[in-house]
Write a protein that binds this ligand. Sequence first.
Ligand SMILES: Cc1ncc(COP(=O)(O)O)c(C=O)c1O
Length: 375
Amino acid sequence: MDYAFPIIEADELAYVIKALENRVCASGKIVAEFERLFAEYEGVKHAIGVSNGTDAIFLTMRALNVRGKKVAVPAMTFFATVEAVINAGGIPVFVDIDDTYTIDPEDLASKEFDVVMPVHLFGITANMDEISRIAEEKGAIVVEDAAQAQGSERRGKKVGSIGKAGAFSFYPTKNLYTCGRAGAITTNDDELAEKIRLLRAHGEKSKYYHVLVGRNMRMSDPEAAILKEQMKKLDERVEIRRRNAKILIEELSGVEGVTLPPEEPPHAKRSRHLFPIRVEKPEEFVEKLNRLGIPARRIYQVPIHKMEVMQRINDPDVNMRAGFIEYPDYSKVVLKKTEELSEKTVVLPVHHGLTEEDMKIIVEGVKRVLKRNFS
Ligand SMILES: Cc1ncc(COP(=O)(O)O)c(C=O)c1O
């Protein structure tokens, strides 16, 4: 049993070979085809293929000119969420989460910010109704970090299509993935899309003529070829993830010593990237599960505001923006729920390579370890 399932299937490989035979290795026709497909899937006007999810966030923040502005973010997420904001010159403002592992609207309402970036962590759809309402009241922009949530929805809309823009990662562990590096930005905003397209390729408006200081953050055609083929399987794979998560919910609800995330509300659909549970002694718990062959893990066990990088954010050796941007003292930040969840959370795999039988083995393993720990 594996933690993730980054298998590239034969039909996807065949399409890559076809792309290579056409001698299209750089960013070209197949990237444009994938962008069309992904925009259609997301129900947005534009999807822009880029080099990875971190660059998708960076390019969006850069295009929105967040330099010196406050960007509200959760602190229990992969560091890239915050790192990309800092690299674009933004000032992270950490917001607490609630039991869903996504931004707590009540805490958000108490903060000052220009942009808010909810993260749909583990494929759990953030409370976009409340987040959008609060952002509107404050005149702030919403950008979604949908890196872990291809296929998640809220009120019939795909995540990544609800805010001004959405950022996706196609890292090998994700719901839609390549063998290497790829990401995308989704938006309905023509101007923003145009600016991001320029920024991802050196700000080059016409051949060898540049209007913006950008970067080289393009997606390549072979990566797009894999993604294009995989798009056909995405919904089916999300359904397998949802079935696997359902087995965990049914079998582990009410079991002593384990806390599950709140139920999926009827107006939301979670694509189930990973399945988080809370236990009392997570380190020991994971070790025992691993010994049984169950690939559970602790992830994001140190919230970002507590990390050395944030404590030393004004050191130019740590952060190249130090000295140019004024940051708050992050050692004073307290996020009660974030700290509790980071400390207690263990993730279980639910990927499309796991069968119902595998899920029963995971359930039995969890119950066995809990029994030993708590009886
Ligand atoms: C929540 C979140 N944001 C951003 C990223 C960055 O994506 P990538 O690894 O493709 O740069 C990831 C990927 O792991 C992620 O999980």
